[in-house]
Ligand binder design. Structure first.
Ligand code: NAP
Length: 329
């Protein structure tokens, strides 16, 4: 059977442009023992894709090779199988690719049919595990503390802020538009939100964090980073989850001076979820609890069709995505 896929043909040096991809028609393979074929129904578009395009062999995952089908996470249905653990009709989630059909991989997991696909991709799978690990394993917040999260209206950031609210923290979000800031305060219950594109950022941050900042969940980098850093309290924690403002730059911006880490005894810690898959069951249980209590909302921004990914991925970088960016096939 023939199917459509998109391969990666050129490494970008700045923004993602359509010429780095090529549309191709491929043939589904004859299955060998233990293999299964998945028809993808929903694909996740993630900022990490830009880092997978970099020629960086030292990253947590090998770069996508030139000529390879572009890597993605996704959900699909098993349509052919020579693997009894993945029977025809099962719904799976895991690493797929920019393609209508993919061979099942070792990381794939079966997901019950009654879990809504948006709940899975927006809250329970990658964004949820990321928010859970960054918040509870790295920041280890205490009720009454103040947490600031950048990229706050995005899929990870919005979960982090709501989970921190549920744990009794004062939560301040940083996002790129007044509309997103209103959504954070009015709909998600953040205590305050700051538009990083507005004037007087330092004053706004000081007003929103009268007791200083104990926990910073960093999703973006950019100018807000220096301002947050200088308001950190003694024994504060900084979780470096993502630096999207640097992904399109050939040379990342310089970070803050280390003096505060020393004098305020700060802990600054990066993480990537591939090192934390063992926490997934606990994360799913915790997030399911928040969802059941109505403490966690999410929104999906759904594009239609494989080709929409080529331009659509840039919505993540210009901030026009309104929630978790997905492609529906
Ligand atoms: P997302 O927040 O849903 O979408 C990306 C958002 O980033 C955009 O909507 C935009 O929002 C913001 N942004 C883009 N360029 C920016 C810039 N120059 N400065 C400030 N903000 C900018 O994406 P996500 O999937 O939740 O990912 C958020 C971050 O977490 C990313 O850095 C990603 O790489 C990271 N991440 C890390 C892990 C891990 O394992 N460590 C796992 C998943 C995600 P505004 O309108 O607010 O600008």
């Amino acid at each position: 059977m023939q199917y459509n896929a998109i391969t990666f043909v050129k490494r970008p040096t700045a923004e993602i442009t359509p010429d780095i991809f090529e549309r191709v028609t491929l043939q589904t393979p004859e299955l060998k023992d233990d293999e299964f074929l998945v028809k993808q129904t929903h694909m996740s578009l993630d900022p990490a894709m830009r880092t997978w395009m970099m020629d960086n062999e030292e990253s947590y995952i090998p770069p996508v090779a030139i000529g390879e089908v572009m890597r993605a996470y996704g959900v699909g249905e098993v349509v052919e199988s020579k693997n009894p653990a993945f029977p025809v009709g099962a719904r799976v989630v895991g690493i797929t690719g920019w393609a209508e059909y993919v061979l099942g991989g070792a990381d794939m997991q079966i997901v019950p049919q009654d879990v809504p696909v948006e709940a899975l991709l927006c809250a329970l799978h990658v964004p949820g595990l990321t928010a859970y690990v960054g918040l509870f394993e790295v920041l280890r917040p205490k009720a009454g503390e103040t947490l600031v999260v950048s990229g706050a209206a995005g899929s990870v950031g919005s979960l982090v802020g709501q989970m921190a609210k549920a744990e009794g923290l004062r939560v301040v979000g940083v996002a790129g538009s007044d509309e997103k800031c209103r959504w954070l305060v009015d709909e998600l219950g953040f205590d305050a939100a700051i538009n990083y594109r507005s004037a007087n950022l330092a004053e706004q941050l000081a007003e929103a964090t009268p007791n200083g900042i104990d926990c910073y969940f960093e999703n973006t980098g950019g100018p807000i980073q220096q301002l947050v850093y200088s308001r950190m309290n003694r024994f504060g924690r900084i979780c470096v989850c993502g630096m999207i403002s640097d992904y399109n730059r050939e040379t990342p911006l310089p970070g803050p001076n280390w003096m505060d880490i020393n004098l305020k005894a700060l802990r600054v810690e990066g993480f990537v979820i591939v090192d934390h898959y063992d926490k997934a069951p606990k994360a799913v249980e915790t997030i399911t609890g928040y969802l059941q209590k109505g403490q966690l909302k999410y929104r999906a921004h759904v594009l239609e069709g494989l080709d929409s990914a080529i331009d659509g991925i840039n919505l993540l970088f210009n901030g026009e995505n309104q929630g978790k960016l997905l492609v529906k096939f």
